[in-house]
Write a protein that binds this ligand. Structure first.
Ligand SMILES: [Zn+2]
Length: 282
């Protein structure tokens, strides 16, 4: 072949690869950061670690907030150092399921938080369940102040009364509101987010986002349009059934995310979480 012929062939190959690359990028499914994940083990996990990592891979989940009851599952997710998966570990304030009822004023849980924190890699505390005036307690205030002092997020499953008490303990507290109140009106969610700039809403089990036919409701579409930098999505694998419906949960998120402008969808799917935990990810 002549030199010009070779050059044309090389140029053709370069254009062909560029076209392939563009096509691949256009088709790449949205990355997802699962911001509400439990790898519970009492005493054994529902799926072993390899299976769980495979579930993340096949759903293009590239980051997780890792929590578990007890914290052993989180240690395993951190230690796995799985390629392509950012693991952001949170201290779960529970050893067993019954701790859900008592963690907020049980001194043993304060000690648990202190000893787990010494591992050095944690970025938050939660998910913790708390309702109403229980959030006013001394130990809760101590945990809030500890979180602020150590630059940790709180991941809280709470009603609005408890949320306001948590926010009132320390103006610098940063809270991921698990389930965004389940059913708190979108208008009230908007007001709370405007008043508390460090409040993030996680959307598992959140009611009202879609309506008939799985389409986004106009109210939520409007809230995402103005506040797309304030929401996160998660699987909430709190029971085994959530692991075997994991693919379906992510598919449902992808369906309504696809109705949003791409920049909003990307923020909610993964960029917000990356922004919150960027720079210090293990
Ligand atoms: Zn949960």
């Amino acid at each position: 072949m002549t030199l010009p012929g070779l050059m044309m062939r090389a140029a053709g190959a370069a254009i062909f690869s560029a076209v392939l690359l563009t096509a691949a990028l256009a088709q790449a499914p949205l990355k997802i950061f699962d911001a509400h994940l439990h790898y519970n083990q009492e005493p054994n996990p529902f799926y072993d670690l390899d299976k769980v990592l495979e579930i993340f891979r096949r759903n293009n989940v590239t980051g997780i907030i890792a929590t578990s009851r007890p914290n052993k599952g989180t240690h395993q997710l951190v230690d796995a150092k799985a390629p392509g998966l950012t693991v952001v570990p949170f201290i779960r304030p529970y050893r067993t399921r019954s701790d859900i009822q008592t963690w907020f004023d049980d001194p043993a849980i304060w000690d648990l938080i202190q000893s787990e924190y010494k591992r050095g890699y944690y970025r938050g505390i939660g998910e913790g369940h708390i309702y109403g005036k229980a959030a006013a307690g001394e130990q809760v205030k101590r945990i809030v102040n500890f979180a602020v002092e150590k630059d940790l997020w709180l991941h809280m499953h709470c009603d609005e009364e408890a949320l306001l008490l948590l926010l009132g303990h320390n103006p610098k507290v940063r809270i991921i509101w698990a389930h965004t109140g389940f059913s708190t009106s979108p208008q009230r969610v908007r007001e709370l987010m405007d008043k508390y700039p460090a409040l993030m809403g996680e959307l598992s089990y959140r009611g009202g986002i879609t309506e008939g036919g799985g389409k986004l409701s106009p109210t939520w579409r409007a809230l995402f349009a103005s506040h797309s930098n304030r929401f996160l999505i998660g699987s909430d694998t709190w029971i085994n059934e959530r692991w075997f419906s994991y693919d379906g949960i992510m598919k449902t998120y992808r369906e309504w995310l696809a109705e949003l402008p791409q920049d909003q969808a990307r923020r909610i799917a993964h960029e917000n979480a990356e922004r919150l935990f960027g720079g210090k990810i293990e």
